[in-house]
Design a protein around this ligand. Structure first.
Ligand code: SF4
Ligand code: SF4
Ligand code: FES
Length: 761
C-alpha cells in the first residue's frame, strides 16, 4: 500500500474553479481526473506518459501567453487552469479539423464505432464542417499486421501509442512509424508479422479504429455487449479483465483500467484471445460412461450414483488408501475447498493438485507483491522465467529493468528476451552479479526444482537486503489450491494434515494396482506430467477413472466416466494469484445445458455418498479464511513439497529440457480454432556446439528418441545461448507431446532432414 504523501510533497491549484491538492509533478491531465473533469487525449496514456504529438489536450493556464498541453504540463502551486472556454475549444476544434483531413468517415462500418475517442471528441469539440476541400488521401484499409491484428491505415491518427507500447512496455520494438507527413504509416520494422505475447494491447490503446483484433472485427457493436468484470485464470497472475458477451458467446476480453496491483492495465494475448473454446463444437455436454470400450451418454443422476458406488466399493474393500483425487489448480477456491473437504470426510488423504511439473506454488513468508517486483533493484530467475508461464508478470520484470534493475537468468535454456539481461551458469554467479548497492532483490522460480530454489534463496539472502520471492508456475489457481488444502500433507489454511500420497505416489500406487478410484478435476496429466509414459500407464491401471473436463483431453479419453464441467467464464468464486492476492471471478455467461461447475459436481457426489457438507455460507467463510491464512512454516523450495519423484537414469545423449509456450496446451488452447495461428510449431533447440557436431542447422527437421518414445518432425533451432549437452523442446503440444520422452532423460537425435534438401524435394 502506498503511504500518504508528506504535506511538502503536495501542491494546491484550481481547475475550472475547483480547488485540487495533488502530489508535486502530477500532470494536469491526471489532476483533472480527480475532479472528474476530462481533458481529451490521443497520444497521452496514463501508462505510457506524454508524447506531445497530437495537441488535443490544450488547456488555458492563467499567466501563460498560449494554450498549454495538459498531458505534459505539471501542476504548480497556485496554478489556475481552465479546461473549458472559448480559446480552449477553438484550439481543440482546429486540432480535430486537421486530424479529420484524411480520416475516413466510415464510422458505420468501423469496429471502434461507439467507443472511439475521435468520434467522441469530434462530437464534443469539432466544428461539424471544414474549410479544407481537398480529397482525402486514400490508404490500405485492411493491412494484415500479423496473426492477431489488422491495420486500417486511413484511420490512423499517428498518435504513436502502439509504437510506444511496443517499445516502452512490451520492450519488443517491432512496431515503427514509417515514412513521414501524409504518407506516414504504422508497420513492423522488419516487415515480419507483428507477433509477441502482448500484441492485443495495442487494439485497446489505439484511440481510433486503426488497429483491430482479428478475432473481434465486425462481430458486434459495443452497446450490444454484456460486460462482466472478472479475473483471468489462464495463468497464476490473475489479471483483472472485462469479458464481453453477445448471444451466449464470448466475443472479446478487455483489460481493466485502474488495476495497478495485478495486471498493471494490460493483458497478454493468451488471456485476451483464448476465448473461442467456450462455444467450440468439441465441448462435452453430457456425462459419458465407458461401456465395452466406447463412451455412452448417461444422465447426471446415474453418473453420480455409479461414481459413488465405485467409491463405496473401494472403501469397503480396501479402505481410503484405495481412492485418490487430483486437480485444483484450475478450480476456484470454493471448488478446491469442497474437493479437499469431501475427500477428507471420506478419510482419504491421497489428494494433490500437482499433476504437471510444478511442485510448489506458495512461496512462504518471503513472498512479494507484483508492485514490489517492479521496484526491485535486481531480479533473478531460476528454472523457467515468467515470459511464457505468467506473461504479464514478465511485463513487471521489463518495467523494473527499464527503471534500472539488473535481470539475471540462472542456467536458462530459454531464448534470450528482448531486454537487457545477464545469463549466468549457477546461483553463486547470480549472487555475484548483483550490484553491491542493491537492497531489494526479487527471486522468481518456476516451482519445479526445489533443490535449486533452496540453493538460490541461500545464495541471495544477505543482511541488509530484502529478498522477495515469487513462484510463477503452470496453473492459474495453484496457490489457491494449496491454501484450500489440495495437498497430501496440509488442509485448508496450510494446517498440517495426515500425510497421504502425492501425485507421484498416487501414480506409483496405481501402477501397483492399489488405486481403485481416481477422480481428476480439470487437469490433464496425460499431456502435462513430466513422464507421460509412466503417468499414462498409471491412469490405465486405475480401476475406475473419473475426469471432469470441458473437452475430450488426452486424460479424459482414458477415463471410465467423463463429466462435463463449466469453464472459467461460466462460474463465480475466487482465486489466489501468485502474489497471494485473493481475486474474485464472476460468471460472464451460463454454461451450456447439461454442464455443471466442479462445485456442483463435487456437491453432487457428496450427496450421493451421503457426506454431510457445510452450507454455502460456511463454505464461503472457510474459503475466505483459508485464502487469507499466512503461509507460516512454508519455505521457498520447501522439502515437503519436493516430493518423491526420482531423476531419470542417465545414459548417453543430450539431456531433454522443456519450455512452456503461452499458446501450447491441451484443453482450452487446443480447442480454440480462432487462435490456431498462434500455436507454436513443435521444435528442438540445440547449442551451437551440438548442432555442429550433429550436422544440424536452423530450419532442419529432426526426431528425438528417448526412453518411452519418439518425438517426430521437430523444427530445429540453433540457440546461441544454450549450453552444450542439452536439447530444448516445447511442453504441452497436443500434436507433439514432449512428455512422450521423460523430461531430463537423455535423448538422441535421429533422422535429420536438411531444410535445403526438403525444399529441393
Ligand atoms: S495505429 Fe492507432 S495507436 Fe497506432 S499510431 Fe495509429 S492511431 Fe495511434
Ligand atoms: S498474464 Fe496470465 S492472467 Fe494475465 S491475461 Fe495473461 S494469461 Fe491471463
Ligand atoms: S494528448 Fe497531449 S499532446 Fe497528445
Amino acid at each position: 500500500m502506498s503511504s500518504a504523501p508528506a504535506t511538502s510533497d503536495l501542491v494546491n491549484l484550481t481547475i475550472d474553479g475547483v480547488p485540487v491538492q495533488v502530489r508535486k509533478g502530477t500532470l494536469l491531465v491526471e489532476a483533472a481526473k480527480l475532479i472528474k473533469q476530462e481533458i481529451p487525449v490521443y497520444c497521452y496514456h496514463t501508462k505510457l506518459g506524454p508524447a506531445g504529438l497530437c495537441r488535443v489536450c490544450l488547456v488555458e493556464v492563467e499567466g501563460m501567453p498560449k494554450l498549454q498541453i495538459g498531458c505534459n504540463t505539471p501542476v504548480a502551486e497556485g496554478m489556475v487552469v481552465r479546461t473549458r472556454g472559448e480559446s480552449v475549444e477553438k484550439g481543440r476544434a482546429m486540432v480535430l479539423e486537421l486530424l479529420l483531413v484524411n480520416h475516413p468517415l466510415d464510422c458505420p462500418i468501423c469496429d471502434k464505432g461507439g467507443e472511439c475517442d475521435l468520434q467522441d471528441y469530434a462530437m464534443a469539440y469539432g466544428r461539424g464542417s471544414s474549410d479544407l476541400a481537398d480529397p482525402k488521401t486514400s490508404k490500405p484499409k485492411a493491412v494484415d499486421l500479423g496473426p492477431t491484428i489488422v491495420l486500417d491505415e486511413e484511420r490512423c491518427v499517428v498518435c504513436q501509442r502502439c509504437v510506444r507500447f511496443d517499445d516502452l512496455i512490451a520492450g519488443e520494438r517491432q512496431l515503427v512509424l514509417k515514412d513521414r507527413g501524409h504518407r506516414d504509416m504504422i508497420a513492423t520494422a522488419t516487415g515480419d508479422p507483428y507477433r509477441h505475447n502482448f500484441t492485443g494491447n495495442v487494439t485497446e490503446l489505439c484511440p481510433v479504429g486503426a488497429l483491430t483484433s482479428k478475432t473481434y472485427r465486425f462481430k458486434s457493436r459495443p452497446w450490444d455487449l454484456k460486460r462482466t468484470e472478472t479475473s483471468c485464470t489462464q495463468c497464476s497472475v490473475g489479471c483483472r479483465m472485462n469479458v464481453d458477451v453477445r448471444r451466449e458467446t464470448v466475443l472479446r476480453t478487455m483489460s481493466v483500467e485502474g488495476d495497478d496491483a495485478v495486471s498493471d492495465w494490460w493483458l497478454c494475448d493468451r488471456g485476451r484471445y483464448n476465448v473461442g473454446y467456450v462455444d467450440a463444437p468439441g465441448r462435452i455436454t453430457q456425462p459419458l460412461l465407458r461401456r465395452d470400450g466406447t463412451f455412452v451418454q448417461i444422465g447426471w443422476d446415474d453418473a453420480f450414483a455409479i461414481w459413488a458406488k465405485a467409491i463405496r466399493a473401494a472403501l469397503d474393500a480396501r479402505g481410503p488408501e484405495s481412492i485418490a483425487a487430483l486437480g485444483g489448480g484450475r478450480l476456484t477456491n470454493e471448488e478446491a475447498y469442497l474437493l479437499a473437504r469431501s475427500m477428507r470426510e471420506l478419510g482419504a488423504k491421497n489428494i494433490d493438485w500437482r499433476t504437471g511439473r510444478q511442485r510448489q506454488a506458495t512461496p512462504g513468508s518471503s513472498g512479494g507483491t507484483l508492485l514490489d517486483l517492479e521496484r526491485a533493484g535486481a531480479i533473478v530467475t531460476v528454472g523457467e522465467s515468467p515470459a511464457q508461464l505468467a506473461p504479464v508478470m514478465d511485463l513487471r520484470v521489463r518495467k523494473a529493468v527499464r527503471h534500472g534493475a539488473r535481470y539475471i537468468r540462472v542456467a536458462s535454456h530459454e531464448a534470450p528476451p528482448t531486454m537487457r539481461h545477464h545469463d549466468v551458469p549457477d546461483v553463486a554467479a547470480a549472487a555475484a552479479a548483483i550490484p553491491a548497492n542493491v537492497t531489494r532483490v526479487a527471486l522468481i522460480w518456476d516451482g519445479v526444482d526445489s533443490t535449486l530454489a533452496r540453493a538460490a534463496f541461500a545464495a541471495l539472502e544477505r543482511d541488509g537486503r530484502t529478498l522477495l520471492t515469487y513462484i510463477s508456475g503452470e496453473q492459474g489457481n495453484a496457490r489457491g489450491a494449496e491454501a484450500m488444502g489440495v495437498l497430501p500433507f496440509s488442509g485448508p489454511g496450510y494446517h498440517v494434515a495426515d500425510t497421504g500420497r502425492d501425485f507421484d505416489g498416487i501414480c506409483a500406487d496405481a501402477l501397483a494396482g492399489k488405486i481403485d478410484v481416481l477422480s481428476i478435476f480439470g487437469a490433464n496429466p496425460a499431456l502435462n506430467a513430466a513422464d507421460g509414459a509412466r503417468v499414462r500407464g498409471a491412469l490405465q491401471a486405475v480401476g475406475f477413472l473419473v475426469v471432469t473436463e470441458l473437452f475430450m483431453t488426452e486424460t479424459a479419453k482414458m477415463a471410465t466416466l467423463v463429466l462435463p464441467a463449466a469453464g472459467a467464464f461460466e462460474k463465480s468464486g475466487s482465486i489466489v494469484n501468485l502474489a497471494g492476492d485473493v481475486l474474485p471471478t464472476a460468471a460472464a455467461l451460463a454454461p451450456p445445458g447439461g454442464v455443471l461447475s466442479d462445485f456442483e459436481i463435487v456437491a453432487g457426489l457428496a450427496r450421493a455418498l451421503e457426506i454431510a457438507l457445510p452450507d454455502t455460507e460456511e463454505i464461503e467463510r472457510a474459503t475466505i479464511a483459508a485464502a487469507a491464512a499466512l503461509p507460516v512454516g512454508i519455505a521457498f523450495g520447501d522439502e515437503r513439497f519436493a516430493g518423491t519423484a526420482k531423476e531419470p537414469a542417465l545414459g548417453d545423449g543430450l539431456r531433454l529440457r522443456v519450455t512452456h509456450h503461452a499458446f501450447a496446451g491441451g484443453g482450452t488452447l487446443a480447442n480454440d480454432e480462432r487462435i490456431a495461428t498462434l500455436r507454436p510449431l513443435p521444435e528442438a533447440a540445440f547449442s551451437r556446439a551440438d548442432a555442429e557436431r550433429l550436422g544440424i542447422r536452423t530450419g532442419d527437421y529432426v526426431d528425438l528418441v528417448g526412453p518411452g518414445g519418439t518425438m517426430h518432425d521437430l523444427l530445429a533451432e540453433v540457440r546461441e545461448s544454450l549450453a552444450p549437452g542439452e536439447v530444448v523442446t516445447i511442453a504441452g503440444l497436443a500434436d507433439a507431446p514432449a512428455n512422450a520422452l521423460a523430461e531430463r532423460s537423455r535423448v538422441r537425435v535421429e533422422n535429420v532432414r536438411h531444410a535445403d534438401a526438403l525444399v529441393e524435394a
